[in-house]
Design a protein around this ligand. Structure first.
Ligand code: BGC
Length: 890
């Protein structure tokens, strides 16, 4: 019996307050007989105006078009799907998914941003967070209520003394001037008949807090703290009332004395105002608010999940440093905050300073640079104890030094009084990996933790020092791994809108998005290879992994303009050989203070990326049916590849930079003349790996490619040798040094146990963890063979002495079962729902009969690093979208 999962709406985990008037839908089959194929689907919509069923002859099941008239604002619709097999049999209807739109039109907004006008120094380190509130009456039974909310700064809303929602650090970080995100909350159960109150905490956040390195700046996006909230109450009798932020609200200073993303938070519980967000509270001492500006055209609904606390971790040890400091060890480098439960005298201040590492037994904060990363709580002195967690900050840390603790810290830790609360964008996990080498498994765990800590609303470089920005190069190289491990489709397609918003009129893509005007090297913005290529390569990755043609359509212009920009920089010789470049950033041979001084020539890197991006734009054009663009960029890609060869490749396959990154680029980006040259380049690369004693010799650019380059040219053993090397520098060197995340520098911790003296020494940087994608695709051998895994390629590359390896992937079409999971066949069948808990399966890594592992050297035909020669999907959308359509009304 075929059964269908509740449909997914666009890329939303929870489709409440969505911004799409014509959302696309996807579903998976929970169960289907072997060989089952879909002939048609029927979508049943339950709308206020009545029911409607639309039948479409199509085998498509991912992001199918909305089949009915566009949705209105605030519209709530039940969506169910039934599917018909080619034998003509229909399944039962799926369970419903209830979607609800947010405010789709600027005119829907009556609220304006409001806040407290204070006579304060905008450059001060100690600006207070504020509170705003209002009261209202409910004079009858209500059917439902929604709060639409956002802020200049960060907000936490409360109604009648209760917290609204479970998100944190909202509204996150977007290009505020053009796109300020709002969230929608179902607040029905927080309200009651009679008097009610609503309020919000407001903190500096990214909007007006200190941002940027070398001191940074404040008030980059504005100097106000403002809440914008629109509470809409629908009564049982159908009436609707709105409570919107306006000049009748009142405001005051909060007990948060200062808060900053980098610096932490100080809180004085003696200044608390108990019951401040309840109707009974007397706010006569509060001050009037002023109404600020915000164009409602710039308010956008989220495309992905918000940031939430997803896990709590208790210390594994309480240490005493040589100087007598008390330090909690959480056993894991993580991103979040520490919650305390404490009992003590009024006025006692507890301070928590965090760091990723210890040196000589003491908390070591130099890698944080100017980030203070310190929280302080002053007790009110409640005899029954008090609980506190910072609200508007986050730290990257494994250790927390506790000072001023009133009482027995060891006993209190044992009783659970100090807990690390892990936060990040609440993405759905989609990829799992296991193998017989525990060190490689730990490496994979470190990649996952590195990703969690650096997906905090935007994809960041690091979560701990005075930086934490959306460096484009980092996510460009990590995109495929990120897309394997978690469903990043909604979050990153939203961030790509910000990339486009920040792109200069001439096509230049900034080094980090959102842009913060910081120091002179990065402003004015100049184009840089591998970083700016996020505009082409990330949309392509999302298309490959999530099958979303919409992201290609949305980003095509941005991608094309980036390639045109490089084209202009390169000129007629097609070589991008001038200007500021970071090249193979953090090649381990580069001097600590000059990470761009790599073994591979930076202009070789630049021209290779030029060729790759031109190729990808041509492939995007093919996918979008833009024939003229496909031809134009296809020709450009071929010309750049020819120029690259003429400048950098010798006839015998050796290269102008005789370095691993150079060969990896030429092989994986398919820039070589023919099979012979490719084989020679592969052989030289393998020789270099061997000559280096399998120590890593690549930076940000080469590291994600080097294992692929080796496996593509038949040097699988060399790829495993690199993966499993434990000497410094190598992936497993970090692991044997006790790393629990991926480090920014291969040797962030030097072999003598001291911290690398470089000024950039993060212990939580995902870029060098980009090898995990190769582990899934080549070690376990599970890869997409067509966009959105419509076809799956199962082709493990056994090696490295592994006796088993396995990957499980939740794909848009279901969960592929790899051999050994439940059957011994090598055909990847798809059957499972996204919501099902994957059973990680263990597959023997023996050479599968039906796989193509015997074919070496092998062309990268089916993954997102090669050309778009991926096999055709089982279903060709173009032939099905014109399928017969029948509408039934009920
Ligand atoms: C960041 C990197 C980034 C680089 C580029 C560093 O400070 O942490 O990951 O890509 O700068 O210059």
């Amino acid at each position: 019996m075929t059964t269908v999962s509740a449909p997914r709406i666009e890329h939303h985990r929870e489709p409440l307050g969505i911004g799409e008037a014509r959302p696309r839908m996807s579903w998976t089959l929970d169960d289907a007989p072997e060989g089952w194929q879909q002939r048609a689907y029927a979508i049943t919509l339950t709308r206020a105006a009545g029911g409607e069923t639309v039948e479409v002859v199509s085998s498509e099941q991912v992001l199918v078009p909305w089949p009915s008239r566009a949705l209105d604002s605030r519209e709530r619709v039940g969506v169910r799907v039934a599917v018909q097999g080619i034998d003509g049999t229909w399944s039962a209807s799926s369970p419903p998914t209830w979607l609800e739109t947010g405010l789709l039109h600027p005119a829907d907004w009556s609220a304006g941003p409001i806040g407290l006008d204070l006579d304060e120094d905008p450059e001060s380190d100690a600006r207070r967070a504020t509170l705003v509130r209002s009261t209202f009456r409910i004079d009858g039974p209500i059917a439902h209520a929604r709060l639409y909310a956002t802020a200049h700064g960060l907000y936490d809303a409360e109604i009648n003394g209760m917290r609204v929602g479970s998100d944190t650090l909202s509204p996150g970080w977007t290009v505020y001037r053009e796109r300020l995100r709002y969230y929608t909350y179902d607040v029905t159960t927080l309200l009651g008949e009679g008097d009610n109150a609503i309020g919000a905490w407001l903190g500096d956040g990214w909007y007006r807090g200190r941002l940027g390195w070398r001191g940074g700046h404040r008030n980059i996006f504005g100097s106000d703290l403002s809440f914008l909230g629109q509470l809409e109450i629908t009564y049982a009798d159908g009436r609707r009332e709105t409570v919107a932020t306006d000049d009748t609200w009142r405001a005051t200073l909060s007990p948060i004395l200062r808060s900053g993303i980098y610096d932490g938070e100080d809180y004085d519980a003696r200044q608390e105002l108990p019951g401040w967000s309840t109707a009974a509270f007397d706010d006569t001492a509060w001050l009037p608010v002023s109404v600020r500006d915000r164009d409602p055209h710039t308010l956008v609904a989220p495309t992905g999940p918000p940031v939430r606390v997803t896990e709590e971790i208790t210390p594994v040890a309480v240490l005493t440093s040589p100087h007598g400091a008390r330090i909690l060890d959480f056993g894991q480098n993580l991103v979040g905050r520490v919650r305390i439960r404490v009992t003590g005298q009024r006025g006692t201040t507890v301070t928590l300073r965090t760091a990723e590492v210890l040196q000589e037994g003491e908390l070591y904060t130099r890698p944080l640079r100017s980030a203070r990363s310190s929280d302080a709580y002053t007790l009110a002195g409640h005899p029954d104890g008090e609980e506190w967690e910072p609200r508007f900050t986050f730290h990257g840390f494994r250790y927390a030094e506790v000072a001023g603790w009133p009482g027995d810290l060891d006993a209190d830790v044992a009783a659970g009084a100090l807990t690390a609360r892990v936060l990040h964008t609440d993405l759905e996990r989609t990829g799992w990996f296991a193998c017989s080498d525990p060190l490689v498994e730990q490496l994979h765990r470190n990649v996952v933790w590195g990703m969690r800590g650096n997906f905090v609303d935007i994809p960041t470089d690091c979560p701990q020092r005075d930086e934490r920005v959306g460096w484009t190069g980092d996510i460009q190289v990590f995109g495929p791994t990120a897309s394997t491990l978690f469903d990043v489709s909604g979050m990153l397609s939203g961030w790509l809108r910000d990339v486009e918003a920040e792109q200069l009129p001439d096509g230049t893509v900034p080094w980090f998005v959102p842009v913060i005007p910081s120091h002179k090297v990065w402003s004015p913005i100049r184009p840089g290879a591998a970083w700016g290529d996020v505009a082409t390569l990330l949309p392509w990755t999302l298309y490959q992994r999530f099958g979303d043609e919409g992201v290609l359509a949305a980003q095509f212009d941005s991608a094309r303009r980036w390639v045109d920009r490089i084209d202009a920089a390169a000129g007629p010789d097609r070589l991008w050989d001038e200007g500021f470049q970071l090249g193979d950033w953090l090649d381990p041979a580069a001097p600590p203070q000059d990470p761009a001084d790599a073994r591979t020539d930076r202009y070789l890197v630049a021209t290779a990326y030029f060729a790759r991006s031109a190729r990808v734009v041509a492939d995007m054009a093919v996918a979008l049916g833009r024939e003229a663009d496909a031809e134009r960029y296809g020709i450009l890609a071929a010309e750049v590849a020819a120029a690259f060869r003429a400048a950098h490749v010798n006839p015998d396959g050796t290269m102008s930079s005789d370095a691993q990154t150079a060969y990896a680029l030429a092989i994986v980006f398919d820039l070589l003349a023919d099979e012979a040259q490719r084989a020679a380049a592969g052989a030289r690369l393998a020789d270099l790996v061997h000559a280096a004693g399998n120590r890593i010799a690549t930076g940000f650019v080469g590291t994600p490619l080097v294992c692929d380059a080796l496996t593509l040219t038949g040097h699988t053993a060399a790829a495993y040798a690199l993966l499993q090397e434990q000497g410094c520098p190598s992936w497993l060197y970090q692991v044997v040094q006790g790393a629990t995340t991926i480090w920014e520098r291969w040797d962030a911790l030097l072999p003598d146990g001291s911290v690398n003296p470089g000024t950039m020494t993060s212990f939580n940087h995902y870029a060098l963890g980009a090898v995990a994608d190769w582990m899934h695709r080549r070690v376990a051998g599970l890869a997409p063979a067509a966009p959105g895994y419509r076809r799956i390629r199962f082709a493990p590359r056994p090696g490295g002495g592994l006796t088993h390896a396995a990957a499980v992937q939740l794909t848009p079409t279901g969960k592929p079962r790899s051999p050994g999971a439940s059957s011994r066949t090598h055909s990847s069948s798809i059957s499972s729902s996204r919501s099902a808990r994957p059973q990680s399966s263990t597959s023997p890594v023996s050479r599968p009969k039906n796989s193509d592992t015997a074919r070496t050297p092998e062309r990268c035909a089916s993954d997102d690093r090669g050309h778009a020669t991926a096999g055709h999907p089982v279903v060709d959308r173009r032939t099905t979208s014109s399928g017969r359509k029948r509408t039934r009304r009920s």
